[in-house]
Structures are given as structure tokens and as C-alpha cells.
Design a protein around this ligand. Structure first.
Ligand SMILES: C[S@@+](CC[C@H](N)C(=O)[O-])C[C@H]1O[C@@H](n2cnc3c(N)ncnc32)[C@H](O)[C@@H]1O
Length: 304
């Protein structure tokens, strides 16, 4: 169960997509005054040292944040994301990458709250250290994040952002996401739920999207960033997606502006694509939804 360490993946293309989506969702929700609870069901270790001995040679950040760092970009969301990351790298050299709980903490207002869950025995200590000092606002616990939704929802403020970001190393995780969502939505139908999933050749991924599309939800935003074609054996992460249930107004427009540039920056071959759709769940999570943007192949077309 504890084979997965996020340290290897911190700052990779999937983290970039996930964290831009997280930052923009929270920012838009904060346009209303009422306090927000952020619940991070699978929080990781908090802060990652990019050159640590643990990840040396295997780190994935050079093909993620590494391609964005140090440049200016057109999409404001990419700039805002880099500003958040820069707050953890005050000397301007990219040495650390903040995970989702630290990104959320960075953006929290006085009355907002963060509840983070992490099961790995080596990651929970650093996470608790990173979040210590304000027990009323910030709390990290070694508990099963899937089960905690039952205990925490609905939040007292009735405004919540729930990030569900399991490793999917154990195939049961796919089913656990659906069970947690069913329970969460039954208690808190108006919550904003962000679910990350990997683009890998597994029938469980298709089934996960199909099952989410069958849940009692009104509006879903679906954003996908494919960075390369599948490897010959069909394995390996070729991209990732985020499903946002009850997306705040304005998120689609922001991601529509972001994805073409992000695809250009992070794409590794001609299969690179960014797709954003928003509609009822059945349409947004269908396999052939419209709106694909292929910056790499567009570039080829325009130069022909
Ligand atoms: C993909 S990583 C999280 C990354 C983090 N959300 C971020 O964006 O920086 C998934 C984490 O979930 C932890 N984990 C696995 N099963 C869990 C469970 N049932 N409850 C809480 N954490 C779990 C793993 O140890 C791992 O650190």
C-alpha cells in the first residue's frame, strides 16, 4: 500500500495541471466572502525538495514545472501558478515544490480552513510539521481521506472545495473515489469536488469517468492535458485529467485560455492535446467530447 511516494512526481505535468486548476478554483470561490473549507483527502508530504537524494535521477519536475519556470507566459493563470510556486523559492532558483495542501494554505484567507489527510508513515510527519501552528485553521491527520468525507461534510460554512487525488496504484482506488463521491454528494450536493485521474490505458479509468457521469450532479467541467502518445505497451502516464463537479463561474473561460499555452509548453510530441469541456456530467465526461486543442499539430498545419 505504501509503495507510492509523491516526491518522484512532484511538479510533473500532472501536478501542473492539477495545481493550476486548484488555484483557479479556490481563487474564484474566494470572490464570495463566506469562509471556505478545503478538504484534501490525499495530501502527500507537503513540501518537496527537488534535488533530494530520494528522487535524484528519477524526478519528473524537469518536464513539468521545469519547462515553465523562469519565463513569462501569456495566460494569467500560468503566471499566478508560478507566483505561488515562487513563494516557496524566495531565492528565485527552483529548489522546492509545494504540494496541494501547501498551495491551499498559501491561498487561504483568515476564516478559511484546511483539513488534510495522508496515510503514508513517512509523509504524514513532514505534512504535520508544514501545517503546524494554527490548529483551528489547519489540520493534517493520518487517516483514510476517502472515509473522512463522511465525517466532515457538509462543512459548517456550507462552502467547501474537496480535492480527491489518490495514487490509483491500488485498483480499488477507482471504486473508492466513486463511493466517496456518492457519500459526499449525498451530504453536500453543492460542494466543489476536484477529482484528479491519470491518462493511462486501463479500463478502470473509462469506468471511473462513466460512473461519475452517472452521479446526481448538475454541472461538470472536465479538463485534460495529454502530453504525449502512449508507450507501445500502453502503460505509462501520457497525460491526466481533472473533473470539477459544480465548477465556479469563470473557471472554464480561464482554462480555455490556459490549455493551448500549457499544451505548447508541456507537450512532448504531436499527440499533445488540451481539452476543456463543461456541461451536464454525461456530455462533459463522454469519450468523444468536442473542443480538442492540439497546439503541436496546429503549429505544423500553420507552417505548411
Ligand atoms: C498523488 S499523491 C497526493 C499529491 C497531493 N495531493 C498534491 O497534489 O501535492 C497521493 C497521496 O495519497 C496518499 N494516500 C494513499 N491512500 C490514502 C488514503 N486512503 N488516505 C489518505 N492518503 C492516502 C499517498 O501516500 C500519497 O502521498
Amino acid at each position: 500500500m505504501f509503495a507510492y511516494r509523491h516526491a518522484f512526481h512532484a511538479g510533473n505535468h500532472a501536478d501542473v495541471l492539477k495545481h493550476i486548476t486548484l488555484i483557479e478554483t479556490l481563487r474564484l470561490m474566494q470572490q464570495k466572502e463566506a469562509p471556505i473549507w478545503v478538504i484534501d483527502t490525499h495530501a502527500g508530504a507537503g513540501l518537496y525538495t527537488l534535488q533530494s537524494a530520494l528522487v535524484r535521477d528519477k524526478a519528473e519536475w524537469p518536464t513539468g514545472i521545469g519547462r515553465l519556470w523562469g519565463d513569462t507566459h501569456q495566460a494569467e493563470s500560468i503566471q499566478r501558478y508560478l507566483e505561488v510556486i515562487a513563494a516557496f523559492n524566495p531565492k528565485k532558483k527552483l529548489t522546492h515544490y509545494p504540494g496541494s495542501p501547501l498551495i491551499a494554505r498559501h491561498l487561504l484567507r483568515e476564516d478559511d480552513r484546511l483539513r488534510a489527510f495522508e496515510m503514508h508513515p513517512s509523509d504524514i510527519g513532514p505534512l504535520q510539521t508544514a501545517l503546524k501552528g494554527e490548529p483551528r485553521r489547519l489540520k493534517a491527520e493520518r487517516k483514510d481521506g476517502f472515509q473522512q468525507l463522511r465525517a466532515l461534510l457538509p462543512p459548517t460554512s456550507r462552502r467547501g472545495l474537496i480535492l480527491i487525488d489518490p495514487p490509483y496504484e491500488m485498483r480499488q482506488d477507482y471504486q473508492h473515489v466513486i463511493t466517496a463521491l456518492k457519500e459526499g454528494l449525498a451530504r453536500f450536493a453543492t460542494g466543489v469536488y476536484l477529482i484528479w485521474y491519470p491518462e493511462i490505458a486501463r479500463f478502470q479509468v473509462d469506468r471511473l469517468l462513466r460512473q461519475i457521469s452517472g452521479l446526481p450532479i448538475q454541472e461538470v467541467l472536465h479538463v485534460r492535458l495529454t502530453v504525449r502518445s502512449a508507450l507501445k505497451d500502453g502503460l505509462g502516464l501520457k497525460g491526466s485529467g481533472m473533473v470539477v463537479i459544480n465548477p465556479p463561474y469563470g473557471l472554464k473561460a480561464i482554462l480555455d485560455e490556459t490549455l493551448p499555452e500549457l499544451t505548447k509548453l508541456l507537450g512532448q510530441d504531436r499527440q499533445a492535446r488540451g481539452v476543456v469541456t463543461q456541461s451536464d456530467a454525461k456530455t462533459a465526461l463522454g469519450q468523444n467530447n468536442p473542443g480538442a486543442v492540439s497546439v503541436l499539430s496546429n503549429r505544423k498545419t500553420s507552417s505548411n
